[in-house]
Ligand binder design. Structure first.
Ligand code: ADP
Length: 260
């Protein structure tokens, strides 16, 4: 029987009205963290209260992507941790836990223990959505979320490449085995539009994301283009979706509307 993260007696949060979205991928480099960060910003721009946990505890990249690498979390009343706010999103990442506070507050480098602390010892306030950026693959963290957090709904990010789809499918199968809801598949880096024409170039192949969603019998949530601006954005820590009305903002909005 899966446990509820809601109402844990030791928790600062009750997450009564919070939808937990766990974003996973088969392998690394498919843009899962970039997609998670931009989905969070888009949901926030749409008026929701959004939190984001970088559950890729060892391989964190959210601080870089969201431009908060230099920021430190604050601790009030000696033990209550306040997440960092960026573009309206509350963010918690191991990448921001450096310096003195680390030894005091973050005992035990046991990954699921750290994740549990992110859920219970960070003061999130009222959240509509809590996004978890998972490490790639079918390792400990995705498995323990599937087994232990009954509210978690999964989103699977893949690229159109056959190799990416194959490993992403294994994550989907694992979710099914643990009776975890999969909201759908998002295909990232789907196509490229060059500067000189309006044609969509399907560099990595096409249709694999949709094929994966069919095989897993879940929704296909949309295609995100391969854009130089997205890569530059995450290198600079600037979120490309901060303008909801931009072209890419609208792509993310359409995906978000299928999730909410
Ligand atoms: P993952 O979390 O799956 O390991 P990242 O989100 O770190 O992947 O993305 C890997 C790299 O690909 C980053 O440099 C990122 O900027 C880039 N990237 C991700 N999505 C896109 C996209 N749609 N267009 C262009 N570059 C992208």
């Amino acid at each position: 029987e899966k446990q509820s993260i809601f109402g844990k007696p030791e928790s600062l949060n009750n997450f009564q009205n919070t939808t937990v979205l766990a974003i996973g991928s088969g392998k690394g480099g498919v843009g899962k963290s970039t997609v998670t960060a931009n989905l969070a910003v888009t949901l926030s721009n749409m008026g929701y209260n959004v939190g984001l946990i970088d559950a890729d505890i060892l391989g964190y990249s959210i601080p870089q992507i969201m431009g908060i690498k230099e920021e430190k979390i604050t601790v009030v009343d000696e033990s209550i941790i306040i997440p960092i706010s960026v573009e309206g999103v509350k963010v918690m990442s191991m990448g921001n836990l450096v310096g003195e506070d680390e030894a005091l507050v973050w005992r035990g480098p046991v990954l699921s223990g750290v994740l549990n602390q992110f859920l219970t010892e960070v003061y999130w306030g009222d959240l509509d959505y809590l996004l978890l950026d998972l490490p790639p693959g079918t390792g400990d963290i995705p498995l323990s979320i599937m087994q232990e957090v009954k509210e978690a709904k999964f989103l699977i990010v893949t690229t159109p490449q056959v190799t990416a789809k194959g490993v992403a499918k294994r994550l989907g199968i694992m979710a099914k085995k643990t009776n975890t809801e999969i909201l759908g598949v998002i295909e990232n880096m789907s196509y490229f539009i060059c500067d000189n024409c309006d044609e969509k170039h399907y560099i990595f192949g096409s249709g694999e994301g949709e094929a994966l969603s069919k095989e897993l019998e879940v929704d296909f949530l949309g295609e995100i283009p391969l854009l130089k601006e997205i890569r530059i954005g995450s290198d600079k820590g600037v979120l490309i979706t901060k303008d909801l009305n931009s072209e890419i903002g609208q792509v993310y909005k359409q995906i978000s509307e299928k999730i909410i």
